[in-house]
Ligand binder design. Structure first.
Ligand SMILES: [Zn+2]
Length: 286
């Protein structure tokens, strides 16, 4: 964890990378900031490499193996349960960082995706998350969602979601793992996020207008036969209600409303795993 302080008072801003040890685009961008000696004009900037232990196992021949050591770190925030005398590697790290994270005013958590999809910002369950994504301005897709039943993500921490706390956080899915496009999107988003703090910032390049959508349904595979009707792309918007998008054994999966946005479809869905999340478009550029 690296901390850079300005002599001028201001917010505590944090950027986190390597929550998942195999998603290293964010780590490259943070390492570049450190190498360039980036310093905020006001307040404190924390650059945090979350799961270095998992990342240290990264191997191009088996890149999925380094996602975590013992369990998914992004299901443990505010919910460190487990065996207290023998915590998992990820629980230990979350406990170590939590008191510090709870001093952060504004946080961006950097990730990437397994399947091809448009980059997006997950704004979590609160309006504050959406506002932060809109102030960041890029990428063009903002998804409000209530997280995973398996456990709270970093952006779901009450510190960031409670209405009486001014702190806010959102999560970038910058693009497909290990792609240059993902690295470029991550760079651009980090630079826009940092620019929020800079009072006298030069006008940053204008971003295309954003689509804001809210997750309404999680489609879970009930059989081992879940199949999409075509090779959808994450971020695709299905115009007409009732369109068949997948079959699951004998069941048909159809879109529940017009302009239904597909969030991160998973093309190798095992039984009881999330196949896709469906989001209702709230606002779309005209
Ligand atoms: Zn991730």
């Amino acid at each position: 964890m690296h901390q850079v302080r300005s002599p001028h008072a201001g917010p505590h801003v944090a950027i986190t990378a390597l929550m998942h040890g195999n998603e290293y685009a964010g780590a490259i961008v943070l390492a570049d900031l450190l190498r360039l000696g980036f310093a905020p004009r006001q307040g404190t900037l924390s650059l945090i490499f979350l799961n270095l232990e998992a990342f240290s196992r990264f191997s191009p021949t088996n890149p999925i193996r380094s996602r975590f050591m013992d369990e998914d770190m992004n299901r443990l925030w505010g919910n460190v349960h487990g065996n207290l005398s023998r915590p998992s590697s990820e629980e230990r790290r979350v406990r170590q960082l939590l008191p510090y994270i709870e001093t952060v005013d504004r946080l961006l958590d950097l990730h990437s995706m397994l399947w091809p999809a448009d980059p997006l910002i997950l704004a979590g369950p609160s309006q504050k998350g959406i506002d932060l994504a809109v102030r960041t301005g890029t990428p063009a897709l903002v998804i409000a969602d209530s997280g995973h039943s398996a456990g709270p993500r970093l952006i779901d921490l009450p510190h960031f979601t409670r209405p009486d706390s001014p702190a806010c956080a959102c999560l970038l899915e910058g693009g497909q793992h290990w792609s240059y496009a993902c690295l470029e999107t991550t760079r651009k988003t980090v630079s826009s996020f940092l620019a929020i703090s800079e009072k006298d910032r030069k006008a940053t390049e204008p971003h295309p207008p954003q689509i804001i959508a809210e997750v309404t349904h999680r489609v879970t595979a009930q059989t081992g036969l879940f199949t999409f009707t075509q090779s959808f792309h994450g971020g695709d918007i299905i115009a007409t209600r009732g369109t068949l998008i997948a079959t699951d054994g004998n069941d048909e999966i159809r879109t529940p409303y017009d302009n239904c946005l597909l969030v991160m479809p998973n093309f190798r869905t095992a039984r009881h795993h999330t196949a896709v999340r469906l989001a209702r478009v709230q606002s779309m550029p005209t």
